[in-house]
Design a protein around this ligand. Sequence first.
Ligand SMILES: [Zn+2]
Length: 396
Amino acid sequence: MKRIKSSGNNKCDICESNNWLKLPDPAPSHSVTTSGKIIDQPLGKSLCSKCGFVQRNLFLFLGHTDYYHEEYASYYERPGTEEYHRKRYQALLGWMSRYLPENHEFKTVLDVGCGQGWMMDEMLSRYHDIEISGIEPNKHNSDIAKRKGHSITETTIEQSADNKTYDLIYSNNVLQHVNDVKGFLYNMKIRLNEQGVIIVTCPDGSRPSIDLLWSDHNHSLLPEHLVRLGRKLGFEKVYVTQSDNNPSIPPAQLLVMSNNPVYSGSSLEEARVPVREINHDYKSKSEYLESFRKLNKYLAKRISGYSNVYNFGASYWTSVIAAYCPDYWKRVEACVIDTQDSVNEFMGKKIIELKSLRKTDQNVMVLGTAPNSHTALENRLNEYSKIIKWDSFFNY
Ligand SMILES: [Zn+2]
């Protein structure tokens, strides 16, 4: 294991150690963000040898650039996103609502990093009498949320001048992107009413997943890290729960913090903090990241001999294999999707509709979708092309 003794200001946000174990880079000189942008720096992540916290500590966080203000919007500009996000946020609210204050005893609500207001839409459709507002730094996204009629402040919570307080403050899938996890949570806390509840969801770092692969995910947190952060902020009640093992959703965790003596969070148990084997954790994350070199070779071999190479899909997993399987990606002629909309290009490849494919035995199509979808897709698509799946490499 390669240890990095980093400079004094590069301490672990959780335990303040500065002994980092370098994690492998899936590509030597570039990486990809959740918005599908290739940046010319490797992932550059390391794991704290004391507590297992993962941080992108070899490069400046993208949050220190204009990435979120200017470039993050393309995250939402993808084929079929409307349907995808609607379902995703409905499921997320189903999970989150189990930990909302009992008897709907909350009126004022703040959504931190609300994007285009998807979760605010869902909240209002379920809780009609709440007063909800959002904070979102990206102009394009906050404009869309405003056009839907939401009350949005276009900034980050750290920079917000809002001094109102709220009964419920929640944030979905933002914590892994922020520059300073403690500062972010602190800024939620100071806007919370005395009896209020904070709910934060983020990827679950205890199960290696696509979360590790993005250069705009600055951190991967274990459940025990969330517990420590909540305790440090002085919350009496700090609960963490992990999502079920469901291959269609990347593993997630949910943190609840409150000082309300009667809040029982649907009788949540506090996360048991296992004595974690840091070496085991390091090994499983390293293996996950190294799998991309093997996948690149595997795909390059499987497509050789075919004249027409297609990629099925134009979303997250496609951007990951585009970035980290270059020998495959350079041969891709187009991304194929079921129904084309106004988006014509993805990661430099044109997008075409499935029914426009001419069926020949010279076609090969690699599935650029989540591994759990592969078996069903193979059965559906094999009349058009030879299909290559790679779900034996990853679960998430
Ligand atoms: Zn640490």
